[in-house]
Every structure is written in structure tokens, then in C-alpha cells.
Design a binder for this molecule. Sequence first.
Ligand code: HEC
Length: 121
Amino acid sequence: MIRIILISVFTAFTVSSCYYDNYQELYPQQGSCDTTNVTFSNDVWPVINGTCTGCHSGSAPSGNVSLSNYSEIAAAAGNGSLMGTIRHEAGYSPMPKGGGKLTDCEIKKLEIWIANGTPDN
Ligand code: HEC
């Protein structure tokens, strides 16, 4: 009888710890921000194109700032206005105008892209 109890306790413990290990392996990014391999095309362009180009493109872009391609976005990153406006820093007009601030994860990815030297990748 004691042996059966010991075996079932051991089995329950082993099975639950296996499940936990697998969960960690299968969902490593659950609830966190995946900042491995940040690229312009996968991480930067979708955010800018989704939240900024509506106003910042075309023949008369808002604030005379166009953000419709790589070189324009890299230029805004280089002069500080991209992160200044996105982080709502003093001295910059908070962007996206009239919309919610970008998520911490989106901002972090932009920061990493800039820290990497704004590669066109
Ligand atoms: C609804 C329209 C709209 C959207 C969306 C928008 N902007 Fe703007 N943006 C403006 C206007 C209008 C100005 C001119 C300054 C002002 O009115 O605040 C401006 C100005 C700017 C400037 C120059 C102002 C400064 O302080 O340097 C930058 C840089 C900028 N926007 C970046 C962005 C970025 C990055 C996004 C996306 C995260 C974005 N904007 C989204 C309308 C918009």
C-alpha cells in the first residue's frame, strides 16, 4: 500500500514537472516581448506603416515629415525625431497624433533597430 502511494506521488510530481518544462519550451515568448532578430521589414515597417504613414506620406505629409520608405524612416531615426515623438519626449509633438502611444514592445523593437545602426534588412 505504501509503495503504491509513493509511486503515485512520484508519478504525479514527474508528470507535472514535465508538463511545466514543455510549456516553457513551447511558449517561450508567452507574455513577453520577442526582441531576437529585429529587422526593418519584420518589426519596424509594419509599425510605422500601420500607425504613421496614414498622415506621413503622399504629396503633403503632416508636419512636412514623410515616413513612407526606409530612407525617410532612417532619417527621422537619425535626427532623433522618430523616438522623440514616439516616446512622447519633451520638445516633440507626441505621436501617433490623436492615437494611443505605441506599445512598450513596439517601442523597444524600434530602439533595438536604431541601436543596431538602422539596418535596411
Ligand atoms: C492623425 C495624423 C498623424 C499620425 C497618425 C501621425 N502623425 Fe506625426 N504629425 C502629425 C502632424 C499634424 C504633425 C505636425 C505637428 C503637430 O501638429 O503636432 C506631425 C509631426 C510629426 C513629426 C515632426 C514633429 C516633431 O516634433 O518633430 C514627427 C517626427 C512625426 N510626426 C512622427 C510620427 C510618427 C513616428 C508617427 C507614428 C507612430 C506619427 N507621426 C503619426 C500627424 C500625425
